[in-house]
Design a protein around this ligand. Structure first.
Ligand SMILES: Nc1ncnc2c1ncn2[C@@H]1O[C@H](COP(=O)(O)OP(=O)(O)O)[C@@H](O)[C@H]1O
Ligand SMILES: [Mg+2]
Length: 342
């Protein structure tokens, strides 16, 4: 690949370092992904500028005015501290007519609202949970057709924010209590989904029109009644908690090539149906009778070296620099090929 002028763009937690020296900020552990991507872009020989944004887009516009980059390496997940605005930042790249890595605004609209995702996937006969949405300010009740146990989640969030063992409930009192808790304390609308019991699988993939899938990962949870049964916030982010309950992330051994193919094919269909570009991770639950349920699709998933996505890519034969390079070229290809724009 030729040498590119790359703007690595990320969101900050409201802290603008002195002289906009983001490399100083990247020394903090919260900026591990940014640091690793920066180092990788450097290894690949590109010219890199870093822009951090929080609640003001001017730093982005200033950098573009100074010199128009070949591409944005997009690591922005929030604006105004909210993941909801991720799509608008990508929309801004489009207005500026500058290529960028990862998904477009359409995929973000379809994937970041867990209700919209399921409406579309069920239209295409992909198995998803039955669900009911409770908007803030509206009455929470139990519709008869929604079978317990049910899992209560924020409608538009990620990283298991607002998800704990108390999210899986089996009666009307708990349903109301948990939904109201999310309305009142997290200021979010709520989705109540039928709980799917089964193995939890993560399918990582990349591509625009042609999709490459990587070896499937699995969240290995303790047997029932002996610890967490879902990927709660603590499971995802607290290694001590995982150790205590013997929760492990690893590769999935399915011992059934036909089933494995079914999971991969379903994941590829999800990727296409939801207009995902660049790279993504699809979260799946596999029931004991081998039904494949899609829990959610994550465009622009975390790509830290020790995240499922990068570990899957590595097992497939792509080291981190290869992965970053692939993500860059898919961003450029997407921009050049209008037939894959939406
Ligand atoms: N319908 C469901 N059935 C069973 N488990 C679920 C269901 N929905 C979510 N979960 C569990 O909760 C975790 C987080 O839910 P998810 O929708 O992926 O939210 P997030 O966007 O925060 O990752 C999943 O990884 C899974 O363990
Ligand atoms: Mg998830």
């Amino acid at each position: 690949m030729k040498k590119l002028d790359v703007i690595l763009i990320c969101d900050t937690m409201g802290e603008t370092p002195q002289n906009r020296n983001y490399l100083e900020l990247f020394k903090k552990k919260e900026y591990k992904t940014e640091r690793q991507c920066y180092e990788s872009l450097k290894n690949l020989g590109h010219d890199i500028r870093v822009v951090g944004i929080y609640d003001d887009i001017r730093p982005l516009l200033d950098a573009v005015a100074e010199k128009k980059p070949d591409i944005f390496f997009n690591l922005v997940e929030h604006f105004h501290g909210q993941s909801f605005y991720e799509r608008n930042i990508v929309g801004l790249f489009e207005l500026l007519q500058i290529p960028y890595t990862g998904s477009n605004p359409a995929a973000m609209v379809l994937c970041k609202n867990k209700g919209i995702t399921k409406e579309i996937l069920s239209h295409h006969h992909i198995h998803v949970s039955k669900f009911k949405i409770f908007y803030r300010g509206c009455r929470v009740y139990h519709p008869k057709w929604l079978k317990y146990p049910v899992i209560i989640k924020p409608l538009r969030d990620e990283s298991s924010y607002g998800i704990s063992n108390a999210s899986v409930i089996s009666n009307d009192t708990d349903l109301k209590e948990r939904a109201n808790f999310i309305h009142d304390n997290l200021a979010q609308d709520v989705i109540a989904e039928e709980y799917i019991e089964g193995r939890e699988l993560y399918v990582s993939m990349l591509g625009n029109r042609i999709i490459t899938t990587f070896p499937i990962r699995e969240l290995k949870l303790p047997i029932e009644n002996e610890g967490p049964q879902i990927a709660t916030y603590k499971v995802k982010w607290d290694p001590e908690y995982r150790k205590k309950w013997k929760v492990r992330y690893g590769f999935a051994y399915l011992k059934d090539p036909v089933l494995e193919k079914k999971i991969i094919e379903t994941s590829k269909r999800v990727y296409k149906i939801l207009r995902i570009r660049g790279y993504a991770r699809i979260d799946i639950r596999l029931t004991s009778d081998k039904e494949v349920f899609v829990i959610e699709a994550n465009p622009n998933p975390g790509i830290t070296k020790d995240d499922d996505f990068a570990l899957s890519a590595r097992k497939h034969g792509l080291n981190f620099d290869d992965l970053v390079s692939k993500i860059l070229s898919l961003g450029l290809e997407y921009n050049e090929d209008s037939s894959i724009q939406e």
